[in-house]
Design a protein around this ligand. Structure first.
Ligand code: PEP
Ligand code: MG
Length: 440
């Protein structure tokens, strides 16, 4: 999302503007905001955030959405163009910052708010509805959750369960790691909140852009995204890992849990199964899965699957690592592109390999909640999507517009396309409802 700043900066504020400013609250403008810092903003009364760097796929942007905190990233000139006490309006849908909005701007903004409310009303008929394609193929929609509000929203909209609970956000707001009891209570409440639906709890994925304040993640690596991140960190801190696994298994006594391990590259990381759980009531049964977010895991999936009950594809990282393009660096522009032929091949391979092995495969990266990619993912054979609840109704509506069988007939053409332009052409034909092989 590229931001735009409009300003008449030399102008003094009118008394009316001053009055509005006193009523509206604070918007923070900064170069970058780390997820750990963001966590405090709600309490501090911050209404919105604008950053000069960053990308919508950064963990800060993902957390801001869960906090219902409007955040605009990549507004390069924001610090230059915006001064303290300026009245600004941020429009996260269009990616705009308006400095000193005029009466006309404010009126346009109110109209836009009304339009948004109207389209949200239209989507309400998909609330609680079964998710299926036009030719009645059932699709499972799961929720990505970080905060309790996400759980309540997911239940209200109707989901098959939680497909991704990012536990690291429990660790970010504090100076010490939560102990077993505290984690157990958080996971138990999550499981109870879902009322018997499966809950996929991902083990700690600290490191890279998710640095904590408790000193768990290693702070001084040269290449943190390629360093001791996710399960690599957990394996180096067995006491911390065991504490978390015990807390998850105890929560599993209250409803079905699935344990999901991030940043898996090799099967020895499955030793997590060997944990001990003496003295507590724990889940009789739990499923054990891995994120497919490193190319090695996707390529060697058939071997990995022997140790796994399910997998979940993390396209945010899979795209970053396959294309060697930092997901948080907006200077790379469109290089972090899920429509790259290599990404589509890895997705198709991962989905078909898991399906052949009769293991459930979901996709929980941001792609799953982006309606621009819904038809594409169905074409590649995906039938389980996990996304933030705010995207759920739109995706459910989009799924209902497509015939699964017709889309699947385009998969070969999609995978044969050798350029992004070729892929776009196949997608265009799919939208037009025509068939045909495109050689690109
Ligand atoms: C992903 O990488 O796609 C993913 C879902 O995990 P995260 O965004 O937390 O890294
Ligand atoms: Mg990831």
């Amino acid at each position: 999302m590229i931001g735009r700043v409009q300003g008449e900066l030399t102008r003094d504020k009118t008394p009316a503007e001053r009055q509005i400013a006193a009523r509206v609250g604070t918007i923070l403008v900064s170069d970058m905001v780390a997820p750990a810092e963001l966590a405090h903003f709600g309490e501090a009364g911050v209404l919105g955030v604008v950053t000069t760097g960053g990308s919508p796929l950064s963990h800060s942007a993902i957390l801001a959405r869960s906090m219902r905190l409007p955040m605009l990233v990549g507004v390069h000139d924001a610090l230059k163009e915006i001064s303290d006490d300026d009245l600004i309006l941020i429009d996260t849908k269009r990616g705009e910052v308006i400095v000193h909005p005029t009466a006309q701007d404010l009126a346009a903004y109110r109209t836009w708010q009304r339009d948004l409310a109207r389209s949200a009303d239209e989507l309400q008929r998909f609330r609680g509805a079964r998710t299926a394609t036009r030719d009645d193929v059932a699709i499972e929609l799961y929720a990505n959750a970080e905060l309790p509000a996400d759980i309540a929203q997911a239940r209200a909209l109707g989901v098959s369960g939680v497909g991704l609970y990012r536990t690291e956000f429990l660790f970010l707001q504090r100076r010490d790691a939560p102990d077993e009891e505290e984690q157990f209570e958080a996971y138990r409440d999550l499981v109870l909140g879902m009322g018997g639906l499966p809950v996929t709890i991902r083990t700690l994925d600290l490191g890279a852009d998710k640095a904590d304040n408790a000193g768990i993640a290693i702070a001084d690596e040269d290449n943190p995204a390629l360093g001791v991140r996710g399960v690599r960190l957990s394996m180096r801190k067995p006491a911390l890992f065991t504490t978390q696994l015990r807390a998850i298994l105890r929560a599993g006594h209250y409803g079905p849990v699935r344990i999901l391990v991030p940043m898996v590259t090799a099967s020895e990381e499955q030793c997590a199964r060997e944990l001990r759980t003496e003295g507590h009531e724990i889940a009789d049964h739990y499923e054990f899965g891995a994120m497919i977010e490193v190319p090695a895991a996707a390529i060697a999936l058939s071997t990995l699957l022997r140790h796994l009950d399910f997998v979940s594809i993390g396209t945010n990282d899979l795209t970053q690592y396959t294309l060697a393009a930092d997901r948080g660096n907006d200077a790379l522009g469109t290089l972090h592109d899920p429509l790259h032929p290599a990404i589509l091949k890895l997705l198709a391979h991962s989905i078909s390999t898991a399906r052949r092995a009769k293991k459930p495969v979901a996709l929980c990266g941001e792609m799953a909640g982006d309606v621009r990619y819904t038809a594409l993912l169905l074409t590649l054979g995906l039938t389980e999507f996990s996304m933030h609840p705010s995207s759920l109704l739109e995706v459910r509506q989009e799924i209902s517009r497509h015939d699964y069988a017709t889309l699947r007939a385009h998969s070969l053409a999609l995978l044969r396309a050798t350029t992004r332009a070729g892929i776009e052409r196949v997608l265009e034909r799919m939208r037009a409802g025509t068939r045909g092989i495109v050689t690109a």
